[in-house]
Design a protein around this ligand. Structure first.
Ligand SMILES: O=C(O)[C@H]1O[C@H](OP(=O)(O)OP(=O)(O)OC[C@H]2O[C@@H](n3ccc(=O)[nH]c3=O)[C@H](O)[C@@H]2O)[C@H](O)[C@@H](O)[C@H]1O
Length: 445
């Protein structure tokens, strides 16, 4: 870059020389600043590209599943400082004598919301944790969060893989229990985003257990396993002692892995661990990726629905379990959970390790489920009966719950027709479509 030579006509030699040096320096400074600005811009652009690539994986082609996020940067969303800590403490403080202080992971999820409300209602302290990922409509999760806030339940926005955040929460609150419900759910979505299952159900669970084992006191942990662990098992009804080494989906395999991981942390560190095998849970505030939910939506919109039958043309059935029964099971498991026995990362004595089925004990075919919805919504479904795609679904589930009954009096009381009526009432009111459905749903309590 050229600078003009010094003018010799009017000033002294020294002044002219100094002025020349100043001009050369300022030109150099300008060049250096431009280079620096360019490099900083490039760096910012790279950081932004990395951020959006990691946080927004490709959108799936399934209308019910948008995408799950890794939330590697979720810690940016949790607060710090005195105000935030006060909220964490306040939410976790029990309001009844000998009340629990429970960390509920996946608190803005379907089961998480219902359990958090039930615990809070009876006077336990409840702190929620949720990463609000977009596996399904996050606005539904935000609406559940609002409901929780109305009942003084604070939900920390963060990921179970964020051990720094978890340690921080345990530094603030000596949780007596963890109700671990955060997971990548859904059987069929595992074909589209397999690693999200490993990330949440395996890595996330291990991260949580690592923090729990080194907490003092160690909490007792109750967590969500799944009926899907029975996989290709043909003995019915499914009992806890049956084979669970033939998972039919990656989802099932990661839940089964969770049960084995639970064994390890119980064995080495003395953590008290109870796994609950949920059987197709449904109800108000449910998950939009589940069949009963999107069937309702599609039937109301006069769209066709796929009703699966087995490869042999037989009907497919599920032991659909109503949310209130599941909540009773979760609370029963928490109430009977013994204390963990370790401290400072060391086991002091053998600790409790349990697994229970939580089902309804009355399987219903998918065709019957559709029939109930048709009657409740007063709309004839456009049924498209097809052979179940090879996507991890199993043909039949049926729970034997005698173990849960023996140990904490678990007894499901809601049949599918009653439960779906409550769901339809919530659905039509939440989505503001009361006028189109049967009046009797609206008048039902
Ligand atoms: O118990 C569990 O551990 C799991 O329960 C739930 O899985 P599932 O029992 O498979 O429920 P869900 O998808 O509602 O399908 C219901 C029925 O509809 C059939 N189905 C499904 C889709 C479709 O288009 N057509 C159809 O017939 C389908 O074949 C099935 O027979 C949870 O999602 C899962 O997270 C896990 O918790």
């Amino acid at each position: 870059m050229g600078s003009s030579p010094p003018d010799t006509s009017k000033t002294t030699k020294l002044e002219r020389y100094n002025s020349y040096i100043r001009r050369v320096n300022s030109t150099k400074l300008l060049q250096a600043s431009s280079k620096l600005l360019f490099r900083v811009t490039l760096l910012v652009a790279l950081v932004l590209i990395l951020f959006f690539t990691l946080n927004y994986p490709p959108i799936s082609d399934n209308p019910h599943h948008i995408h799950a996020t890794n939330n590697l940067f979720s810690s940016a969303f949790y607060g710090s400082g005195a105000g935030w800590e006060k909220q964490v403490r306040h939410s976790s403080t029990p309001r009844r004598p000998n009340g629990f202080s429970v960390l509920v992971t996946g608190a803005a999820g379907f089961v998480g919301t219902h359990c958090s409300l039930a615990l809070k209602k009876r006077g336990d302290g409840v702190l929620g944790l949720d990463n609000f990922n977009s596996y399904y409509d996050p606005s539904l999760k935000r609406a559940r969060q609002k409901l929780l806030e109305k009942h003084q339940i604070f939900v920390v926005e963060g990921d179970i893989n964020d051990s720094e955040l978890l340690h921080k929460l345990f530094d603030i609150v000596p949780f007596s229990h963890i109700l671990h419900l955060a997971a990548q759910a859904g059987v069929r979505y595992a074909m589209q985003n397999p690693l999200s299952y490993v990330n949440s159900n395996v890595a996330g669970f291990v991260t949580l257990l690592e923090v729990a084992k080194s907490a003092d006191p160690q909490p007792a942990i109750v967590w969500a396993s799944s009926s899907s662990v029975y996989g290709l098992n043909t003995e019915v009804p499914f009992s806890e002692g049956h084979r669970t080494d033939q998972p039919a989906s990656l989802y099932a395999a990661t839940k089964k892995a969770g049960e084995e991981i639970a064994h390890t942390y119980n064995h080495i560190y003395g953590l008290s661990l109870t796994g609950l095998r949920f059987f197709t849970v449904y109800g108000p505030w449910g998950r939009p990726d589940m069949a009963y939910f999107f069937f309702t939506k599609d039937i109301l919109q006069r769209k066709s629905i796929n009703v699966y039958v087995t490869q042999e043309g037989k009907e497919v059935a599920r032991d659909f379990t109503y949310i209130d029964d599941i909540v009773k099971g979760c609370v029963g498991a928490l109430d009977t959970a013994e204390k963990s026995t370790g401290s400072g990362g060391k086991k002091r004595a053998p600790a409790q390790l349990r697994v229970y089925n939580l089902g309804n004990t009355a399987p219903v075919t998918v065709a019957k489920l559709v029939g109930i919805l048709e009657s409740l919504l007063n709309v004839k479904a456009k049924k498209h009966v097809i052979k179940m795609p090879r996507n991890g679904d199993v043909p039949y589930t049926h729970a034997n719950v005698s173990l849960a009954y023996r140990d904490f009096g678990y007894k499901p009381t809601t049949d599918l027709a009653t439960g779906l009526r409550k769901f339809a009432k919530w659905y039509t009111s939440y989505y503001g479509i009361e006028s189109r459905v049967k009046k009797e749903i609206q008048s039902d309590d």
